[in-house]
Ligand binder design. Structure first.
Ligand code: PAF
Length: 281
């Protein structure tokens, strides 16, 4: 497995693979890899001849008040995980390699990005779409792998690929959880022991909402309220949002009549965690 830092090196490697007729999968990440990322890499390795993992903490998707500086990084560990999983190449650029001086072109989506996480992180998806579009142009993969944990991101990337004709298959992969239910996330490392325990409220509250849906409840407000009531039992939790949205448009629904995404964002102390489930009719 090679680790490269320049766009040129990625292009040269992919060109060689293409000349051999090999398929290429891409797993875009911000590093500090966990079992969730590993599941994406495993799937990519199973479905492609060669797999590129990008490890880049993308400054463009962080607001000035957010955790760009403190975002966890451990390249040696990431490299060991990628190598063991069978990736062929890690692309680990510096910000200057991705954003040259005078960079001024952005991918700005006018639907799907305003609600859910986009409400409290208004510049986030512009940064995500721009960097992912660049990665697609650099790697030109056949398939790219994204976790359902960031469900809005998955929907946004699928939409961008359709809008801009990237011709790349977007593969969504299930949420990977700790044994006690907490969705795996690089940001879980911010939690102290008490917060880690309190964070279980996210998956527990979602389970209550899901159980209610499964009894036949279709009223989105009631489902949200059940989840909110459960989160309210945890003193360390502060809700950012609890929403039931159409899984295609990400618009809030009043009645569950199509496939929906039930998504939540909750602060545990200073750490903002997200979790969700998709309910298919
Ligand atoms: O999900 C992430 O880790 C990031 O948003 C992504 C897709 C790698 C873009 O920076």
């Amino acid at each position: 497995m090679k680790i490269v830092e320049t766009i040129l090196e990625v292009r040269q490697q992919v060109k060689e693979w293409r000349m051999e007729g090999l398929s290429v999968g891409l797993v875009p990440t911000m590093g500090y890899l966990h079992e969730g990322h590993k599941s994406l890499i495993d799937r990519a390795v199973a479905e492609n001849d060669r797999v590129v993992v990008s490890v880049f903490v993308n400054p463009m998707q962080f607001a000035p008040s957010e955790d760009l500086e403190s975002y966890p990084r451990d390249m040696d560990r990431d490299a060991a995980i990628c190598e063991k999983a069978g990736a062929s190449l890690i692309f680990h650029p510096e910000p200057e390699e991705m954003y040259h001086e005078g960079f001024s072109s952005f991918v700005d989506m006018t639907t799907l990005t305003g609600g859910l996480c986009g409400k409290s992180r208004p510049i986030h998806f512009r940064g995500v779409c721009t960097v992912v579009a660049k990665l697609f142009n650099i790697v030109t993969p056949d398939r790219a792998y994204f976790g359902q944990k960031d469900a809005q991101q998955l929907a946004v990337i699928r939409h961008m690929v359709r809008d801009l004709d990237f011709g790349i298959e977007i593969v969504g992969c299930p949420i990977i959880r700790e044994e006690d239910g907490l969705a795996k996330s690089s940001r879980n490392t911010y939690l102290n022991v008490d917060e880690r325990q309190a964070a279980l409220i996210l998956s527990k509250a979602l389970a209550k909402g899901k159980a209610l849906l499964e009894t036949g409840e279709k009223d989105a407000a009631k489902i949200c309220q059940t989840i909110l009531d459960d989160i309210a039992t945890e003193p360390m939790a502060k809700v950012d949002y609890v929403e039931v949205v159409d899984w295609n448009t990400l618009e809030p629904v009043e009645t569950v009549a199509r496939d929906v995404l039930v998504a939540i964002a909750v602060f545990i102390g200073k750490t903002r965690l997200i979790d969700n489930f998709i309910y298919e009719l």
